[in-house]
Design a protein around this ligand. Sequence first.
Ligand code: FAD
Ligand code: NAP
Length: 498
Amino acid sequence: QVPLKPGRSLMDWIRLTKSGKDMTGLKGRLIEVTEDELAKHNKKEDCWICIRGFVYNVTPYMEYHPGGEDELMKAAGTDGTDLFDQVHRWVNYESMLKECLVGRMAVKPIAAPKEITSVCEEKQKLNGMLPEKKVLSASSKDLTPSYDWFQTDSLITIVIYTKQKDMNAELVILDCEDKRLRGEIIVDDYSYLLEVDLYHAVQEDMAVNIAEKVGKVEIILKKKDNVHWKILGQPLESHNTFMKRMDRGLFYRKCKLVSKTEVTHDTKLFCLLLPESTHLRVPMGQHVYLKQIIAGTEVVKPYTPVLPFWPLDFKEPTCNGSAHIYLMIKIYSCGLFTQALDHLQIGDCISVSNPEGSFKKSQVQTSEDLFLLAAGTGFTPMVKLLNFALTEVNCLRTVKLIFFNRTEDDILWRNQLEQLALKDQRFEVQFVLSQPKKDWAGKQGMISSSLLSEFVKRSRKDSKVLICICGPTPFTEQGVQYLKDLGYSQEEVHPFTA
Ligand code: FAD
Ligand code: NAP
């Protein structure tokens, strides 16, 4: 992120796009762009970029780009899809840049995409029995999951063979709305998708059973009418595909705001209710994206779910059915997204995406010393982490949190943290304030090498450490650099970023 000039916020950009100004220089005409033509527009004052086959004139957007002009120029006159996906594939550029659309890339002949195999057709003949062929393929070397389905009078059971030993509820994301069933299974960095327009309607509540050891996922749907289904349904576009998670578009479902409680003077805990027909757990260290339409433009921002409160032995309910997502969100007085969020009424809905993030549970499970460095709402990923570390990781000897804030009033969950430290000998918390009032007796200042060298110390000479860091981007970047200079390896440091 770079500081933007005054008058160059996202809201200013939205206003400009609505002003009727000709943003492409083509007076609303759309053209076919060849690679040669694209390459010619590679200067700041004349910059075209192609994303997923569509070409945008991004010159008017330059000064509004939160990542800065130089970042945008890296893709000038070329196909910037990969670069875009690496940095912020969650940003809805189609909506943000719709007025900058120049046209499509001229089509080059390409190989026809692989056909989607329709298990449904097979099923017409199978009448609910497992096909022999499928059983065989499960034991083959192919890692692509496969599925099957069968029915009783009242139930439809879909079985997904993930071919993955350590399956668990966090790796299964299910949604069913208006007969449209979407089931995503996460297998390492890959995602398997089942996406079907069901043959008949089903009830909202569904069950998910996971046989963890054998990697079998069962989705049990209740038929609305006790009729015999000839087929499971019509396969939708991405049905039965297995691809890199990063290449799969984000999926959103509408969640209801059920409560909003104050945490500090500017931060609130939002409780969102997932639809009954959604099965989704946000893993520790991962975030979701919220999406709202603001002034006619889709705006998306990431948020990291926390726990609703903090008794030490809190466990997220593992039962099927509706679940809640808790978000601790700071409302900025001139923040575009958070102002709109703050105006949501109880009962209003907001779109919530599937979880994302690179943090792995195993990073904590094997550590002996855990150090958490948080600034402001950078505290949010630390909540589930702390809970997990102190309740489920036996090999941990020390867990320390250093929490940077401006003033005492800004400290999130201060009481809970202090109580936690009293309750568990392994846990210690330190607050550091950058703008304390006169009576503050604790530490003050900013993140620094000397502060970190004092704080991050191995409990034993060779103890295995994990250091997690989260806050404003420059804070996180500085912290990572200091830790590197202090001799900590890349594997020992986990920065939370988008
Ligand atoms: P914006 O309109 O973007 O502005 C926010 C404030 O910053 C304003 O005061 C604005 O003036 C200033 N500002 C914005 N951009 C600039 C700039 N380039 N230069 C100078 N000043 C600027 N936040 C939470 O509260 N809770 C979370 O759990 C949480 N999780 C996150 C997880 C991830 C992975 C990431 C990347 C961010 C997370 N955030 C979280 C931050 C969140 O995504 C938003 O950035 C935040 O809510 C502000 O959004 P906004 O649209 O209201 O603010
Ligand atoms: P804030 O109140 O602005 O800052 C918290 C503390 O950090 C203050 O003491 C502040 O000091 C200090 N700080 C700010 N910028 C710094 C810098 N460049 N170097 C060193 N110290 C710095 O924080 P906030 O408004 O809550 O913002 C939290 C940030 O965390 C947001 O940017 C959000 O995007 C990010 N976040 C990221 C994730 C994630 O990636 N997973 C999750 C949650 C939040 P001064 O202001 O006094 O200088």
